[in-house]
Design a binder for this molecule. Structure first.
Ligand code: NAP
Length: 506
């Protein structure tokens, strides 16, 4: 538990739109940032009059940011000074905070409204950030763009220096999201959020609803156990939704965060290893995804024997500072297949792809005695995997010729994934009738073109969500030793997928 506040940042062009957004924001936020730099010039007076009325329940923070500091309008110093003179002459009743940029030679005329002294660096190049820490009664807000997760340490470490001085440290961008999720737990008085996903007012901002319902940021503190997913990209991941729902169900003081990691060596050294890390946090484990499932192995102190045989790790648990690696993909892949087909001995299974997921599939299938063929677009590259597990290898084009069709076909490539690959399928509609089961590891969309085509000709299908939820359940058990709430995790993943689809369709 902490005492921080969730501030919803609201940007509107007209007073009517502003009032509508305030009404929605009041339902979830503790305070509301009114971005006056979004308003049309001619709306400012009307908006000020409106917000002075008694009808509001939550306090306001007023911001009037120039474009060169992340605002929406080109504002000269003269315009900015005039605006603040109007505000300070007759402070609207509900305004408890004002955001004054560090270069503005102005301060609040009295105790209230409190000043948030802000500094923004959208290039992420500013050094010596301490100089932007305010003194006295002011709250400092220092927001720095982070292109790599370890860049965000510079602003995060200011929390140690700031101590009693109030500081809102923000690393902007996907790689800095963790600072937004953990900020309140580590002493930041405020966290900024968007009213909804998709209408953020700063890069990497998270919706208030997700901060409250998914990450439970107001319940977190320095003892909170930290888990997450490392990889790139991670913004599409459903794992934060599944795992946080499971933590909530068990009432655990734990949180699961997306960590966008490009440089694994730097991340392990500067943020994970107790001897060298630069943040003193309660990190307990993480999921590992593309592109680090194989390269993580060299950083481990212990590797489970199946993970070693597969050559890929998707789960790390930190025990007494040591990194233990596991693979929950293989068992999660094979369980639904056994359910559908029974004994897999001598069943012919085609795996399309030769990446990390294909590796886990081939391992599990060989263990069960299936006859495996890998179908790859680059057979040279795929020959390493085929040779290692002693399975057959074919060019992916062979599937469409109809010459080689396995009983069961598994798509372990991103073909069919939402976005530019959505209309792609690894096998044509003409050839699909030759298989008996279609299994797609892609889970977004739940039903890919491959599975739709299969269903159209009455071929049974298994979608990627089953494996996704199953591997998450096994990870949860490894980390907490508790029984995972399977249904709750599945519902959380489905809900998130639906929300993503709705946003895309809007
Ligand atoms: P990966 O290591 O990057 O491997 C991707 C594989 O797909 C590579 O073999 C690649 O071929 C092949 N590929 C990529 N684009 C292709 C295309 N246009 N045509 C033909 N082949 C193509 O990724 P991964 O970790 O194995 O994951 C693969 C898919 O499985 C992803 O969509 C992932 O989301 C999904 N997955 C799902 C679950 C789950 O729980 N449901 C778990 C893990 C993975 P090259 O080697 O020639 O580049």
């Amino acid at each position: 538990m902490n005492t921080g506040k969730i501030c919803i940042s609201v940007c509107a062009k007209t007073t009517d739109e502003l009032l509508r957004k305030i009404a929605s924001a009041e339902k979830i936020g503790d305070m509301i940032e009114l971005r006056f730099d979004c308003l049309k010039k001619e709306e400012i007076q009307t908006a000020l009059k409106e917000i002075s009325s008694n009808k509001f329940k939550k306090p306001f923070l007023i911001t009037f940011r120039p474009k060169n500091q992340g605002g929406y309008k080109n504002l000269t110093d003269d315009i900015r000074n005039k605006f603040w003179s109007i505000i300070f002459k007759e402070i609207p009743k509900n305004v408890l905070y004002v955001d004054l940029e560090y270069d503005l030679d102005k301060t609040s005329p009295s105790q209230e409204p409190k000043v948030i002294r802000s500094f923004h660096d959208f290039e992420g190049t500013q050094k010596n950030l301490e100089k932007f820490l305010s003194s006295g009664n002011e709250i400092s807000k220092i927001a720095i763009q982070s292109s790599a997760i370890t860049d965000s340490l510079a602003v995060w470490k200011l929390l140690e220096i700031a101590k009693e001085t109030k500081l809102v440290p923000i690393a902007m961008g996907e790689a800095g999201k963790w600072t937004r999720i953990l900020g309140l737990a580590y002493g930041s008085p405020i966290i900024y959020s968007s009213l909804e996903a998709g209408i953020e007012t700063a890069p990497g901002q998270i919706s208030a609803k997700d901060l409250i319902e998914v990450y439970r940021v107001k319940e977190l503190d320095r003892n909170t156990e930290i888990y997450g997913i490392i990889g790139n990209p991670v913004s599409h991941s459903l794992s934060p939704h599944m795992h946080n729902a499971a933590f909530k169900h068990h009432k655990l003081n734990a949180v699961y965060i997306p960590f966008e990691v490009n440089n694994l060596n730097n991340f392990i050294k500067r943020m994970v290893r107790e001897e060298t890390r630069e943040t003193n946090w309660n990190l307990k484990g993480f999921s590992v995804t593309i592109p680090h499932k194989e390269t993580i192995i060299k950083h481990l102190d212990f590797i489970d024997k199946d993970a070693k045989a597969i050559g890929a790790v998707n789960t790390v648990k930190i025990v007494n500072g040591k990194l233990h690696g596991y693979n929950t993909d293989a068992d999660s892949f094979i369980d639904p297949l056994r359910k559908a087909l029974g004994d897999l001995k001598n069943v012919s299974v085609g795996i399309i792809g030769n990446g990390g997921a294909a590796r886990a599939c081939v391992f599990a299938l060989k263990r069960d005695g299936a006859n495996v063929t890998i179908f790859a677009r680059d057979t040279n590259k795929a020959s390493t995997l085929a040779t290692e597990f002693d399975v057959e290898l074919e060019n992916i084009m062979g599937l469409d010729s109809g010459l080689r069709t396995p009983d069961c076909l598994v798509n372990a490539t991103p073909l069919g994934t939402t976005g530019k690959l959505e209309k792609e399928t690894p096998i044509s509609a003409k050839q699909i009738k030759n298989i008996q089961l279609a299994y797609d590891l892609v889970y977004n969309p739940i039903e890919t073109l491959f599975l739709r085509e299969a269903r159209r000709v009455d071929i049974p299908t298994i979608n990627g969500l089953e494996m996704l939820v199953a591997q998450g359940i096994k990870q949860f058990r490894i980390w907490t030793t508790l029984e995972a709430p399977a249904q709750i995790m599945k519902e959380a993943a489905l809900k998130c997928l639906k929300e993503k689809t709705n946003r895309k369709d809007r």
